[in-house]
Design a protein around this ligand. Structure first.
Ligand code: NDP
Ligand code: 2IT
Length: 445
């Protein structure tokens, strides 16, 4: 990194003490954009980098609610409105006990560049809470969501900030949050995405992140003169992204042989039966362990990280940040894996990324590879503005087109900056250039 970027990084670490995930996300971007600054000294003069690493606004609030036993519980809520150069803040809400400011900031920071790559007019933001929906009754989840929105509603709006789902936030949580927003504001508007289909949601939004990941990976396969046919695929996680990545990859001829949750993983060499996974995860909210009780060809192994020891051609990490470390990346490479594309946000540690890139594996970075979810959220916003809804095929076709454009931007930027084939550098450079140009045009704000 240049001296200037080193000094920005130093300030980020000092100003955001105790937030290692945020430092990691910033460092990964700064390390790849030095050549852009060499070509654009005006960005340095206008302090674009110094401004881009500082959120425009950070909101932290108390979320009190009453559980089924009548006891008062207190959680902490966050919304980080990171950058609005391209459009209203846009990004999901994560509900998980590990959530703290550093997680929301890393996610919000990456969202800026991802959203820029989608070619749709959305800025970057993220929110969440350390509330754990797991094991809670519907009533408790509703009580939490209503309290969360009772503060959040004054900070968001269809043209200001539009939250959506992420880990722990699915259709149920979006429904409760939307209901409370409507009640408090007395406005029925597209203030959240991932809504139910009868009240403003978009067809294909549920599938979009997983499908988009597979469309992006298809391009990586094509560039290596191959396709999904006969490929063995390992997918971590068994939530929204993992399930629909499995569905699309399988439909294109791949065989998904392993999936996981935070407790452990299953291997089914016959190919995972996705209907059973959907029933376990989307309907019964059960543990993946149960799959092995139902399917005789499957094996369950306790501990989720062991999944990277399963031999595969393609690995799609779709669970959470830093789920693949350097050693696990080496294991994948040594077992013959040739393609890694990130469905989760920042699932590979810096060591893991270096291992993939050093071994000639094709590596698809999260900011680009998982952009299909938020892109389709932007399509939901368009439909809401026009007060109409497109068919599943129309949305899926637009999503497919967007993922192709995301891929093209990555390869073109990588080539223009002498990093041919480096999709991670290409994604950062292309995303950054667009945001930087918009910030320059809008003056020092
Ligand atoms: P879900 O809550 O639907 O599923 C999350 C899955 O990951 C579950 O299987 C969960 O297991 C597992 N998981 C979560 N946290 C951990 C952890 N700390 N350790 C091990 N496993 C864990 O979330 P999504 O599928 O929506 O999100 C998955 C990833 O994709 C996240 O990184 C998210 O930021 C990213 N993403 C999501 C998008 C979306 O549209 N939903 C868009 C782009 C990216 P368990 O049930 O046991 O907790
Ligand atoms: O990380 C992500 O891009 C998401 N969780 C989706 C955000 C959105 O606004 O749809």
């Amino acid at each position: 990194m240049s001296q200037y970027l080193d000094s920005v990084m130093e300030t980020v670490i000092k100003r955001n003490a105790g937030e290692p995930e945020f430092h990691q996300a910033v460092k990964e971007v700064l390390e790849t954009i030095a050549p852009v600054l060499d070509k654009h000294p005006e960005y340095v003069k206008a302090k674009i980098i110094d401004r881009i690493v500082e959120p425009e606004r950070q909101i932290i609030f108390r979320v009190p609610w009453v559980d089924d036993k009548g006891e008062v519980q207190v959680n902490r809520g966050f919304r980080v409105q990171f950058n609005s150069a391209i459009g209203p803040y846009k990004g999901g809400i994560r509900l998980h006990p590990s959530v703290y400011l550093g997680i929301i900031k890393f996610l919000g920071f990456e969202q800026i560049f991802k959203n820029a790559l989608t070619t749709t007019p959305i800025g970057g933001g993220k929110g969440g809470s350390d509330f754990d929906p797991k094991g809670k009754s519907d009533n408790e989840v509703m009580s939490f969501c209503q309290s969360f929105m009772t503060e959040l509603f004054r900070h968001i709006g269809a043209d200001t900030d539009v939250p959506a789902g992420d880990i722990g936030t699915g259709a149920r949580e979006i429904g409760y949050m939307f209901g409370q927003y409507k009640r408090l504001s007395n406005v029925f508007t597209g203030v959240l995405t991932g809504k139910g289909l009868q009240w403003g949601g978009s067809l294909a939004r549920k599938q979009a992140t997983g499908y988009g990941l597979v469309y992006y990976t298809t391009r990586m396969l094509q560039d290596a003169n191959t396709d999904w046919n006969g490929k063995n695929v390992v997918i971590s996680g068994s939530g929204n992204v993992a399930i629909y990545a499995n569905e699309k990859a399988t439909s294109l001829g791949a065989k998904v042989i392993a999936m996981s949750d935070s407790n452990g993983y299953i291997v089914d060499e016959a190919g995972i039966n996705l209907d059973i996974i959907k029933d376990l995860k989307e309907v019964r909210r059960a543990r993946i362990k149960e799959y092995a009780n139902i399917v005789p060809t499957a094996q369950y192994v306790e501990g989720c990280r062991g999944i990277w020891g399963v031999k595969c051609d393609v690995a799609l990490p779709c669970a959470t940040q830093n789920e693949i470390n350097g050693d696990e990346a080496t294991l994948l490479v040594n077992n013959g894996c040739k393609f890694v594309a990130e469905g989760a946000n920042m699932p590979s540690t810096p060591d893991a990324i270096a291992t993939f890139q050093g071994s000639g594996i094709a590596f698809g970075p999260a900011k680009a590879a998982n952009a299909g979810g938020v892109a389709t959220s932007a399509l939901e916003m368009s439909q809401n503005s026009m007060r109409l809804s497109w068919s599943f095929d129309e949305v899926d076709e637009k999503l497919h087109g967007i993922m192709n454009k995301v891929y093209d931007q990555c390869t073109a930027a990588a080539e223009a900056y002498s990093e041919k084939g480096n999709l991670a550098a290409g994604a950062n450079i292309a995303g950054f250039l667009k945001v930087a140009e918009c910030m320059m045009a809008q003056g020092v704000v």
